[in-house]
Design a binder for this molecule. Structure first.
Ligand code: COA
Length: 170
């Protein structure tokens, strides 16, 4: 890749360029015998919604390096609509922290509830799985600036925990 292309690819990007939205209708194959959405299926959708934002920001292929803690706040049922919104909070060298928030909507009973949120870290890679540098993020709104600052603190916590796990004998 020539220097011009590389420079263009690494131009810092505002958060709004990575904002993504995904919608899924919960079907019987997504659910347990009680017709409730499987947690693992929601995690899969959260991973995809996060990858969408990371891909849009970096313009590269990305792999999931980690998913932080997740809670499932309300049950979701067959026939419900799940809306997933994602955006890149902050980029580092080759990695990006993405926030994903999932909502359940049911138009028959007119309700919309927050189901789960997660922070994921994606690493940009080429076809040979070499890590690639990613553009920096430009936070613009107050919320984006708060998430940008918090992302650095969360990265430090992740690194500390990861180092501690490596010290535990297996
Ligand atoms: C994630 C992966 C690319 C990290 O590669 P690595 O060589 O172990 O990591 P490095 O120490 O070189 O770090 C590369 C970047 O990843 C980040 N990273 C590595 N492990 C991480 C973790 N557990 N959580 C968050 N970020 C992590 C580092 O902070 C670094 O970011 P930076 O370049 O922005 O500073 C590698 O472990 C991998 O390919 N894992 C499998 C990914 C995959 O297949 N995911 C799908 C699910 S199976």
């Amino acid at each position: 890749m020539n220097d011009n292309n590389q420079e263009k690819l690494l131009r810092p990007r505002p958060v709004h360029e990575s904002i993504s939205e995904m919608a899924e209708i919960v079907l019987p194959n997504d659910a347990n015998p009680l017709n409730a959405l499987l947690g693992g299926r929601l995690m899969h959708w959260i991973d995809l919604a996060g990858a969408l934002a990371a891909h849009r920001h970096s313009r590269q292929w990305v792999v999931t390096a980690s998913i932080d803690h997740m809670d499932f706040l309300v049950p979701v049922h067959v026939g419900d609509l799940v809306i997933l919104r994602s955006s890149v909070n902050r980029a580092f060298h080759t990695s990006m922290e993405v926030g994903v928030k999932a909502w359940v909507e049911n138009y028959r009973v007119e309700h919309s509830q927050h189901v789960s949120s997660a922070y994921l870290t994606f690493v940009a890679v080429d076809a040979a799985a070499h890590h690639l540098p990613v553009p920096q993020v430009i936070p613009e709104t107050e919320d984006e600036k708060r998430r940008y600052e918090d992302a650095l603190r969360r990265r430090e916590i992740r690194r500390t925990e990861s180092a501690r796990r490596k010290q535990v004998p297996t």
